[in-house]
Design a protein around this ligand. Structure first.
Ligand code: NAD
Length: 260
């Protein structure tokens, strides 16, 4: 379905981004992955994309908190792979703290990586998409782009911001064959979430089931995690012809969280 297309997925060395990268590669897209981590592990994932799906795969170490590096990443992807047809703005970090204690540098980093990075990447990628009259921009937002939770001021502000950015870009690009949408997962089962469980069990004297149901999934009515593959399948759908009239939306995949 995506043979001949090229996708850049930010924050794709783990979790949701890696699943999206693999799902787009499975559809035939050439891929540029990005993110931090162990160099050997990243090279293994890059090589697996090529071996498993017969596509070209590149890695960019660009830091999503730095606008110039983001623009250079889009330039490199265009030079090495021919174009950037699909842009998935997915890199994200979190910090949890009452607002009066919220470290200023954490606020700046979350706004930079979770919101401004998407601006820089979209700004750099849109001219090529407009010229080719085809593009797909997918922003990984969050249930926190629609509702708030205490102690997550920067994350909630950035994710609400990405919703506004997505809608604006959708309107600006609507007549160029480009769509721009957000995907808003609730709690997704990633290594990041899994690693929190033993510590929370110890800190609160709870069982594994109590941590999952009463702490992690307290806001998620289905009491089940979203999987990375479910998020990736929605991203693939948004890249297809069936989704060409879906633009400017913010699609929830949150087990009912934001219905309440
Ligand atoms: P993750 O920690 O597994 O992945 C985050 C990725 O971003 C990693 O590849 C990391 O290296 C990269 N990254 C972080 N800082 C970076 C920087 N400065 N420059 C480049 N890359 C950087 O987390 P995840 O759960 O897969 O999260 C991916 C996205 O999904 C984030 O935007 C997050 O807010 C969003 N999200 C996650 C959940 C969840 O429950 N896991 C729910 C809703 C939304």
């Amino acid at each position: 379905m995506l043979k001949g297309k090229t996708a850049v997925i930010t924050g794709s060395t783990s979790g949701i981004g890696l699943a999206i990268a693999r799902a787009l590669a499975e559809q035939g897209a050439d891929i540029m992955i990005n993110g931090f981590g162990d160099a050997g592990a990243i090279e293994t994932e890059r090589a697996r994309l090529e071996a498993d799906f017969g596509v070209r795969a590149r890695y960019s170490a660009a830091d999503m908190s730095k606008g110039a590096e983001i623009a250079a990443m889009i330039e490199t992807a265009t030079a090495e792979l021919g174009s950037v047809d699909i842009l998935v703005n997915n890199a994200g970090i979190q910090h949890v703290s009452p607002i009066e204690d919220f470290p200023v540098e954490k606020w700046d980093a979350i706004l930079a990586i979770n919101l401004s990075a998407a601006f820089h990447a979209i700004r750099a990628a849109v001219p090529g998409m407009k010229a080719r009259k085809w593009g797909r921009i997918i922003n990984t937002a969050s249930a926190h782009s629609k509702v708030a939770s205490p102690f997550k001021s920067a994350y909630v502000a950035a994710k609400h911001g990405i919703d506004g950015l997505t809608k604006t870009v959708a309107l600006e690009t609507a007549t160029f064959g480009i769509t721009a949408n957000s995907i808003s997962p609730g709690y997704v089962w990633t290594p990041l979430v899994e690693k929190q469980i033993p510590d929370t069990m110890a800190a609160r004297g709870l069982t594994r089931e109590q941590v999952i149901n009463d702490v992690l999934l307290t806001a998620q009515p289905t009491k089940e995690f979203v999987t990375v593959d479910q998020v990736a399948a929605l991203a693939v759908f948004l890249c297809g012809d069936a989704a060409s009239q879906i633009t400017g939306t913010n699609l929830s995949m949150d087990g009912g969280w934001t219905a309440g």
